[in-house]
Design a protein around this ligand. Structure first.
Ligand SMILES: [Zn+2]
Length: 376
């Protein structure tokens, strides 16, 4: 069915590059066709949305998301619908390390979705493990971690049917460098995380194609003046991109500020690291962290958009800049910035209208998938 042309008028538009007050967007064929600083010429037979008082922002992209609330990560239909109500239009379902057969069957299930969904798009699959350092397992079940094994790595990629885009690995484990190179050559972004690597081990991994860090500072080893480790490496290497969990149980705001001062602005990516609340017997803390009974952090229950506002509130960063860390930058890491990540003519119409801080309308590829505006 051909979708009607949609005009969104009178919005404050954060394009990813600039802010347009009282701007307009023309959307048709799933794409943004036009972006105007004022009223566009009316098109015949179109649907006009008056966005007076609302902000239009690029749909957020969450690279690290394990599920939410009651929903396990394989419940993609429910999760895709839920995410669009939180301003996320694309995500990587992220599998924690688990029983190998369970992980393989989850990969088969996720691969079978082919990215489709009636809400946020699945842009690939993220594997957090299983080749992680047992000393830094955190929320990952220790007994399921494995020594780097090329056969297991290919088995995982195959089960994911070419949809695996990211894999977290500890480069200091014996055999990890070969896996890193294998991932890199197979279009999977190798990411360092749950590690205790030295700076020298990180440099060796970089030579083999590693240049992304899973939730920097959380399970990243420590920074020492004679052994700066992963943290020193990540903050000083220009090509390296880092994930941050913008949530106060995971990071002090100054750890975020330190990162923003060290890194070029396009190398920092915000992720939710959301986990379902009903994981084992975890507890949900006040303000959005999910913890094991011994207070080990399992992940967060705060949405990515709330994380952006947390940075705006605690560090006083510009909202447009904060949004870019959760839209254009993740799109760039995935190599899809030519079609996603910002509001520009020619790109997919993935956008969110906010009233204050609350999403009231979300579009994915031009399709209205969440609408509280006309419901009123
Ligand atoms: Zn995680």
């Amino acid at each position: 069915m051909e979708m009607k042309t949609v005009i969104i008028r009178n919005a404050t538009i954060y394009t990813g590059e600039q802010v347009l007050n009282q701007g307009s967007l023309i959307i048709s064929g799933g794409k943004i066709q036009g972006l105007f600083p004022d009223e566009p010429v009316p098109v015949q037979d179109c649907h006009v949305i008056d966005a007076t008082g609302l902000l239009a922002i690029p749909g957020l992209i969450d690279l690290h998301f394990h599920g939410y609330g009651e929903f396990a990560i394989t419940e993609t239909t429910a999760l895709s619908r839920l995410l669009v109500s939180q301003g996320v239009t694309g995500f990587l379902p992220t599998l924690m390390t688990g029983n190998p057969e369970f992980v393989i069957s989850a990969l088969h299930l996720l691969a079978a979705t082919h990215g489709a969904g009636d809400g946020a798009r699945i842009l690939g699959i993220n594997l957090e493990g299983p080749f992680l350092n047992p000393e830094q397992s955190g929320a990952q079940p220790r007994h399921c971690l494995m020594k780097p094994d090329p056969r297991e790595a290919s088995r995982l990629l195959e089960a994911g049917g070419n949809m695996v885009r990211l894999m977290t690995i500890a480069p200091e484990l014996p055999g990890a460098l070969d896996i890193i190179e294998f991932l890199h050559l197979n279009g999977v972004i190798p990411a360092a995380g749950h590690i205790q690597a030295t700076c020298a081990e990180m440099l060796a991994a970089e030579d083999r194609g590693l240049c992304h860090v899973t939730h920097l500072f959380n399970r990243s080893g420590s920074f020492h003046h004679r052994e700066p480790g992963l943290i020193g490496w990540a903050l000083t290497r220009g090509q390296v991109t880092v994930e941050l969990i913008p949530e106060h149980h995971h990071l002090h705001p100054l750890a975020v500020e330190l990162t923003l001062r060290c890194k070029s602005p396009d190398r920092v990516i915000l992720v939710s690291d959301n986990v379902p609340h009903n994981l084992r017997d975890c507890v949900l803390s006040e303000n959005g962290a999910v913890m094991a009974p011994d207070r080990t952090l399992l992940g967060s229950a705060q949405s990515l958009l709330q994380g952006v506002f947390w940075l705006v509130d605690t560090l006083g960063i510009d909202l447009g800049f904060g949004l870019r860390l959760a839209s254009l930058n993740p799109a760039r890491l995935l190599g899809i910035e030519n079609r996603k990540g910002s509001l520009e003519p020619g790109k997919d119409a993935d956008l969110v209208l906010l009233r204050g801080r609350t999403p009231v309308l979300t579009m994915v590829e031009g399709k209205m998938v969440y609408d509280q505006l006309s419901a009123r």
